[in-house]
Design a protein around this ligand. Structure first.
Ligand code: CAA
Length: 253
């Protein structure tokens, strides 16, 4: 990806200090964007590590604390970035949590917590960023879904529902904005080398890896490259699409 494809765009990445988010920030900064990583302030230790990990980017990546499940905080956040940097050109919704349990054991709290972050968060950011994108006639939105939204996974009725919902949202918003210079796409990672996947029991994880044709977990860079591709200025003819990056774990047409 050449840096000219992202000429000084302002990119906001939710879940920006997370397993995938950190690498997405790095790839976008490498491509020439000014990147704002958004995540929970409560992840204190992780915030400190993140600053060290992006120190080589000469201030092109900064951190803003916000809870994506809070609409008003997202509104303030977008307003603040637009004031400070002039625009929000790229939004990557990578904030996501798991609350795995089979449905017979799942509590309403596990259902709602997950929906608030994984699905409401996408609405909260997009709803607040869309007006500026429409006014400026340019925008790139990349929503992170999951292979488990496409296939369903044992113990993930909440996660699979939210991630399938993310792509429905993507397609609907893509139609609303297609004539306005804005693209809206989904990237659906498979199982990647992140803390989220590390939390799955070793036996189940081993079974899953055995079913991946490429024979390994994905790396955060595998996902981040796909995001940067869709976020580029010259990706303007791809909208409403889902880009699976899963090592062949789920193939479809
Ligand atoms: N597949 C098939 N059967 C399973 C199963 C599975 N994954 N997990 C449990 N079972 C079976 C058990 O063998 C047991 O069978 P019997 O009743 O015949 O003995 C029964 O289901 C137990 O059911 P429980 O309701 O008691 O389930 P549990 O509490 O033992 O396990 C779970 C639930 C911990 C959620 C487990 O199913 C699991 O770890 N599932 C995988 C979750 C997963 O892959 N999460 C992905 C996280 S990473 C991510 O989400 C990133 C991404 O986008 C890819």
């Amino acid at each position: 990806m050449s840096s000219s494809a992202h000429p000084s765009r302002i990119a906001l990445v939710t879940g920006g200090i997370g397993g995938l988010g950190t690498e997405i920030c790095r790839q976008l900064a490498t491509a020439g964007c000014r990147v704002i990583a958004v995540d929970l302030a409560s992840r204190d230790e992780r915030v400190a590590a993140f600053h060290a990990e992006v120190a080589g980017f000469d201030g092109a990546i900064s951190f803003e604390a916000a809870d994506v499940s809070d609409f008003d905080r997202c509104k303030q956040l977008v307003e603040r970035i637009e004031q400070q940097y002039g625009s929000v050109d790229i939004v990557v919704n990578a904030a996501g949590i798991t609350r795995d349990a089979s449905l017979r054991k799942m509590t309403p709290q596990q259902w709602h917590e997950l929906m608030h972050v994984n699905l409401d968060g996408v609405f909260n950011l997009c709803r607040n960023a869309i007006e500026g994108m429409l006014t400026r006639g340019f925008g790139r939105i990349v929503n992170i879904s999951s292979v488990n939204g496409q296939t369903g996974q044992f113990g993930q009725t909440n996660y699979s529902a939210a991630k399938a919902g993310v792509h429905g949202f993507t397609m609907a918003l893509a139609r609303e904005t297609a004539r306005k210079g804005i693209t809206v796409n989904t990237v659906s990672p498979g199982y990647c080398d992140t803390p989220m996947v590390a939390a799955v029991s070793p036996e189940i994880r081993a079974q899953i890896v055995a079913g991946i044709p490429v024979g390994r977990l994905g790396s955060p860079a595998d996902i981040a490259r796909a995001v940067a591709f869709l976020a580029a200025d010259d990706a303007g003819y791809i909208t409403g699409a889902n880009l699976p990056v899963n090592g062949g774990y789920f193939m479809s047409f």
